[in-house]
Design a protein around this ligand. Sequence first.
Ligand code: IPM
Ligand code: MG
Length: 361
Amino acid sequence: MPKNYRITLLPGDGIGPEIITVAVEVLEKVAALEGFSLTFHQGLIGGAAINAVGEPLPAATLDLCRQSDGVLLAAIGGYEWDNLPRPLRPETGLLGLRSGLGLFANLRPARVLPQLVAASSLRPEVVTGVDIMVVRELTGGVYFGQPKGVFADEAGHRRGVNTMAYTEAEIDRIARVALETAQKRNGRLCSVDKANVLEVSQLWRERVTELAKAYPGVELTHMYVDNAAMQLVRYPRQFDTIVTGNLFGDILSDIAAMLTGSIGMLPSASLGATGPGVFEPVHGSAPDIAGQDKANPIAQVLSAALLLRYGLGHPRGAERIEGAVQKVLDQGLRTGDIMAPGLTLVGCRRMGEALLAALEA
Ligand code: IPM
Ligand code: MG
C-alpha cells in the first residue's frame, strides 16, 4: 500500500479558490510520480467562513486541521469584511489558526530567480543572487501580548493598547529553529530586534546570543530593525537567514518578498513543535482580481512544495515542483504581476496547465 496523507485545504477568500485548485492538481501529479497518495478535506476559514457559519475560524476547521498531516491554506480577507468588529474579521481566523495549532515558526524564503531579475523594482545588480530565509516568530510578540484592547478612562478618553512581550521560552524555541535553519543553509544568522529602545528586544538579543553558543558553525550577527529594512533594499545579498519577532518579521518579509519581483511568487511554512504545519503564500487574497483568472498561482504551488518538504518529508517531490516552476518561467510564461515585454501573458489556469505539463516532462 502506498503511503497516504490527509491534507486539509483552506481556500479562503478572493483568489484563494483559484490558486489552491492549481496547487491540488500539482500535488496529485507529484504524488502519482512519487508513489504516494493524498486525501483532501476542505475547511472554511476567513470571510468564506463568516458568510457560511458566522465566524472566521469554526471549531470544525481547527479539528479538521488537527486530524491532518498538513494544511494547505490560500488566502483570507476582502473588502466585504473589512469593517466588521475584530472577533469577526478574517484576519482573526488566521491568527486563531496559527495559535490554535501552535505554529510558532514561520519560514519565509525569498529567492530571486534568474528569470525574474528584471521583474524586481530594484536594479539587477542589487537583486541578482539574493537568497534569504526569514524566520518569523508567529504566535507571540505584539500580535498576542496582553493587555490588548481599546480602553476608556473615567473622562471617556480612549487609549489603544497592545503589548510586545516575549518569554525566554518563546525566544529560545524560535532561536533554535533559526539556528538550525542557518546551519543547513550558508551558516549566517542575523537576528533583528530593536534592542536600543525595547526591553523585550534586549531579552531577545541576550537569549539568541546565548543559544548560538551551541552552534559554533553558525555566524550570528544582530541588527536593529530600522537598519535591517534599509539594508534589505541596499545590499540584500549580505543576508542568509534572518530571525525576528512577529511584527518585525511581518514587515521585513514583505520587503524581502518584493526583492524577488512579485509577492505572488513567495511561499511560506508555519511549523509548530508537533502536529501539522500550515503552508500558505505570503501574499493576500487580492480581491481586486478575484474570479478573473488573473492570479499568479506560483506562491501557492511553491507552498505545496514546502508542504511536501517540511510537512510530509518528501524533499524529492518538493524539488519536482520547484523545477517545474523554473521550467514554465524559462518557457517565457508570465502572469500579469511578473509580466515583462516579449514574454507570454497567461492566466491562472494556463499557468497551472503549464506546470502540470512541466512535471510530466
Ligand atoms: C501575513 C499577513 C498577516 C499577518 C495578516 C493577514 C493577519 O500580513 O501573514 O504576513 O500580519 O501576519
Ligand atoms: Mg504580512
